[in-house]
Design a protein around this ligand. Structure first.
Ligand SMILES: [Fe+2]
Ligand SMILES: [Fe+2]
Length: 137
């Protein structure tokens, strides 16, 4: 099922979010059809993408002195723990309907919500401050 992602005024964020949506669509398909090993590998890849993406957003927030940096970073850290926990459970052999529902429902809901709230506010700030900070918008 295609995941709709809101467009923001910062190009690198849109590029990263499109990548996240594509990886998540793959992950959702695997959550319906694939075995645990394939699901674990795709979840690990999604975690890696988010680690890299969050680092890029956090660098841009710091370069532009975004006032709510710590709040946004704390949410990123929470999500990395959440996804890391999911990978660890899969690696440990857990595989059940509740776990697959996290991939099918909770992660897509989080992604849309995060982009519409914290990322949207951050992108507005970066756009306003980017020109003098060296951050590419
Ligand atoms: Fe983002
Ligand atoms: Fe973010």
């Amino acid at each position: 099922m295609p995941i709709e992602i809101a467009k923001l005024p910062v190009a690198f964020m849109n590029d990263d979010h499109a990548q996240a949506a594509a990886e998540l669509e793959t992950l959702q398909a695997l959550a319906v059809t694939a075995d645990r090993d394939a699901l674990a590998a795709a979840t690990r890849q999604f975690l890696l993408h988010n680690q890299q993406h969050f680092a890029r957003e956090e660098a841009a927030m710091q370069a532009t002195a975004f006032p709510a940096y710590l709040v946004h970073k704390a949410e990123h850290d929470r999500v990395l723990e959440w996804l890391g926990g999911l990978v660890a459970m899969l690696d440990a052999g857990r595989d059940d309907t509740a776990l697959r529902q996290v991939v099918l429902d909770e992660i897509p809901a989080w992604l849309g919500r995060h982009i519409e709230t914290m990322d949207r506010v951050t992108a507005g700030w970066i756009t306003a401050r980017g020109g003098t900070s060296g951050v590419r918008v």
